[in-house]
Design a binder for this molecule. Structure first.
Ligand SMILES: [Zn+2]
Ligand SMILES: [Zn+2]
Ligand SMILES: [Zn+2]
Length: 327
């Protein structure tokens, strides 16, 4: 049995290795583990934060195997599943009432506050995978949270660039980006009192969308209850747009990029959505150029896609009744 973090010195990042996960049972489709009344879930809840039964990281991880010439360390951490609603058939976040989704986000924030106190936790990652195209076997609405013993590469890169920019200009990089996007307004899809939903100038995925707080804030644990209500609102608008922009469900990855547990004032948190389709029946693959180089190819223009997304925002907002307005 191997469960450890192995270091790739070429890119300077850890790989989570766990042979325990090989034995993960494939869920029979007629039986959902997240439904109310199961052994794991019980009854009378509006959302649940459950420990992942097959975690990549655990506080009682075994010692790492020592191999000459290589670095490995214990897979210390936590993995949680957040069951966002007892209702199995909701398609996405926008079908969860605002008040309920706000409660979920409060639960997540409060859990993060707890995890920040654990001595070996350096980073907390909140994310959501949706769609069978990206291997999600459970359709019951859920997201996940990993508490990591290191700061992951992508966040380290963002942090480095934000730090450098702040040193050079005295300003926050993302605050400046946001200022420019708002000035141009071409790629601004939606705004409420605390957040903008943007189709970034530098989008990598065809329908990529970012949710960015107006306030210069590093982490979800710094958000007030009010800022979680408006975040829930912005997330609902975003998934409603993604689910309606093409005539079908949109598979996507949602990633919360926040600063490390040890706070760095130069970071500005944001939520990135990577939708996996380029049109109704074509997947956008991260293939040779994208995976081999981490350089993305964009097959249309972000401005064209922004127009489509804006139009969809106006359409969905009629029934969604969001707190803010589509641009
Ligand atoms: Zn279910
Ligand atoms: Zn900022
Ligand atoms: Zn980011």
């Amino acid at each position: 049995m191997v469960m450890e973090l192995r270091y790739n010195p070429l890119i300077g990042e850890w790989v989570m290795v766990s042979s325990v996960r090989e034995t993960r049972p494939w869920q029979p489709s007629n039986q959902c583990p997240f439904d109310e009344g199961n052994e794991e879930t019980g009854t009378g809840w509006r959302f649940l934060i459950l420990p992942n039964r097959f975690p990549m990281l655990t506080p009682n991880a075994p010692e790492a195997h020592k191999v000459d010439g290589f670095r490995a360390r214990r897979s210390l951490g936590y993995c949680f599943v957040i069951v966002e609603t007892p209702k199995h058939d909701l398609s996405d976040l926008h079908e969860i009432p605002l008040e309920d989704l706000t409660l979920v986000l409060r639960g997540v924030r409060d859990k993060m506050r707890e995890l920040e106190e654990v001595s070996f936790i350096r980073y907390i990652y909140f994310f959501r995978n949706k769609g069978k195209e990206i291997g999600v076997s459970l359709t019951h609405p859920h997201s996940q949270m990993y508490a990591l013993p290191y700061v992951p590469l992508r966040v380290r890169l963002e942090l480095r660039n934000m730090r450098r920019y702040m040193k050079r200009t005295g300003k926050c990089l993302l605050c400046s980006v946001l200022e420019e996007e708002v000035k141009l307004s071409e790629r601004v899809l939606y705004a409420n009192s605390d957040y903008y939903v943007i189709k970034p100038y530098y989008s990598m995925w065809p329908y990529e969308v970012h949710v960015i707080p107006r306030r210069h804030v590093q982490k979800m644990t710094q958000l007030s209850d009010g800022e979680l209500t408006t975040l829930a609102d912005a997330l609902r608008v975003t998934t409603a747009i993604l689910d309606n922009v093409l005539v079908r469900d949109m598979p996507y990855i949602m990633a919360l990029h926040q600063g490390p547990v040890k706070n760095d004032e130069s970071y500005h948190m944001h939520v990135e959505f990577y939708p996996m389709l380029r049109d109704a029946n074509k997947l956008k693959y991260a293939a040779g150029v994208e995976w081999g180089l981490w350089t993305f190819t964009y097959d249309s223009s972000p401005e064209d896609k922004a127009r489509e997304l804006k139009e969809t925002c106006r359409k969905v907002s009629q029934s969604l009744k969001p707190m803010g307005s589509c641009a």
